[in-house]
Write a new protein. Structure first.
Length: 480
């Protein structure tokens, strides 16, 4: 009897394994590596994909020998699983090669939310640049004396509009011919106190986490220095209050390079200069204080240009540019919608923090259902108003696409993973579908796009098998 029941338990164990795989595949945190053969101008990237995460965790990305960490980007994409809306996070670290050559990225692990994810590493081939590049020249810093070390707190702009971005950078500079060896003392604790002093009140912050001190060769006043960036963050003031940032200091220990080392290192105190950033109020406007501020343009896409009455179509409204991407509101829906239904959008955005600016894109994907034949101009349905600090004027982004309802249906639908490309404001649309509709099942909804989820299929098959096995076991036991 035991030998007869054993195969059933084996099959039952296999079914449980299938279920566990199907349920965990969708919630598995993964690591993706960027291209491994590239020119020195392009960065190498390591991305961590975190499904079903509402908050952005702080991730300590590994160091790569021969590379410097340059900027962090985060992408937020909503999706639907089991009728519930979830948020997926993609956090990407950029690495800039210091010189061309062949580099090995050894196996590494990353901790995310108390979970450890492993990567096997890879081999990187960095090709030389066609044009040689030298050290960056910093013109915004007052030239110091030769052989000096100093601390600098600088802002990317001296005057901004309310809601416009300003980048703050705290750096320690040491000349190549500096005759002392320096050592930081309790740097983390010092930086915590410094950040409290220089953090602007009533401002949105996008911080560029600096996990290690990497020297970067620069030219200041024609002299060679090494810059150690201690703190970088981009702020968006939410009020017209002028930013007054006080002088801050750090303490270091130093010993002479030439001669015998001293028993106790000498204490060196370096102090930055205070800075002021003027925040100007926005010009008078009915929506002043309620519209985004930045340099933006529109990319839009339609799943197809022609549909039947009652047939749904996806429309993407993508805002790209420089500004506070994460907080951009959805476009306004105009009242002229009597012959078309516009359902609430799904949102996703990608933010890139270079340390000096915030750039990215935010996509709003709508389902549009027309109710009568004719041409529907989307410019009469959507508009997005913002203030452009470069022109000091309010501007409006309006669609240029139109939807034709009725007539001979055109086969213009694209692949299931992208929307129709349209040139808008000099750019080519690259908006992608953001997943299944929240309104799946609505009568007359277009069903040409039916993605197959492998984990969901495995779960369904496993559930059927396990039910059959349980029923079979009950029958066998009752028969005995």
């Amino acid at each position: 009897m035991l030998f007869a029941i054993f195969p059933k338990f084996l099959v039952l164990f296999f079914c449980f394994s299938l279920i566990a795989y199907g349920q965990s595949a969708e919630n598995e945190i993964t690591i993706e590596l960027g291209a491994t053969n590239f020119s020195i101008e392009r960065p190498f990237t390591i991305s961590v994909i975190i499904p079903n995460s509402e908050t952005r965790p702080v991730i300590d990305f590994p160091d790569i020998a021969g590379f410097t960490k340059k900027g962090l980007s985060a992408s937020v994409t909503p999706g639907e699983v089991g009728g519930k809306t979830i948020t997926n996070q993609v956090i990407t670290q950029n690495y800039q090669a210091r010189a061309p050559g062949r580099f090995r990225v050894p196996p590494f692990s990353i901790e995310v939310n108390d979970e450890t994810i492993q990567s096997e590493g890879t081999i990187l081939v960095v090709r030389p640049s066609a044009t040689a590049t030298g050290p960056e020249t910093l013109t915004a810093i007052t030239p110091p004396p030769s052989g000096a070390a100093f601390l600098s707190l600088r802002a990317s702009r001296s005057s901004i509009y309310e809601g416009e971005s300003v980048a703050l950078t705290l750096s320690f500079f040491v000349a190549d011919n500096y005759p002392y060896q320096l050592q930081f003392t309790s740097l983390d604790k010092q930086l915590q106190e410094i950040v409290k002093k220089i953090h602007p009140a009533n401002a949105w912050e996008e911080n560029l986490n600096i996990s290690e001190l990497e020297p970067v060769p620069v030219l200041v006043g024609g002299k060679k220095f090494r810059e150690y960036r201690l703190y970088q963050s981009v702020f968006f003031p939410l009020s017209k209050q002028t930013l007054k940032l006080p002088a801050v200091s750090i303490w270091l220990g130093r010993q002479p390079v030439i001669g015998p080392p001293t028993a106790k290192p000498e204490t060196l105190v370096l102090t930055s200069k205070p800075i002021t950033v003027l925040v100007r109020p926005l010009p008078v406007h009915p929506l002043r204080g309620r519209v985004p501020v930045g340099a933006f343009h529109l990319e839009e896409g339609l799943e197809r240009r022609q549909v039947k009455v009652g047939q749904s179509v996806r429309y993407s409204f993508t805002i790209t540019g420089e500004g506070n991407i994460a907080t951009l509101p959805a476009p306004a829906i105009l009242s002229d919608t009597t012959n078309v239904d516009v359902f609430p959008p799904q949102e996703r955005h990608t933010v890139t923090n270079s340390g000096s600016s915030i750039t990215g894109r935010k996509t709003f994907t709508y389902f549009v259902v027309p109710h009568q034949n004719g041409n529907i101009s989307l410019a009469n349905r959507f508009q997005w108003i913002y203030f452009d600090p470069q022109t000091a004027r309010y501007d409006t982004l309006r669609p240029r696409l139109a939807l034709r309802v009725g007539g001979k249906e055109l086969d213009e639908a694209l692949s299931s993973s992208s929307l129709d490309g349209s040139v808008v404001n000099g750019e080519t649309s690259s908006a992608r579908s953001s997943g299944d509709s929240l309104y799946a099942g609505i009568e007359a909804m277009d069903s040409t796009y039916q993605p197959i989820s492998i984990p969901a299929l495995i779960r369904a098959i496993a559930n059927v098998l396990i039910v059959m096995m349980l029923l079979g076991m009950i029958f066998v036991f009752l028969k005995k």
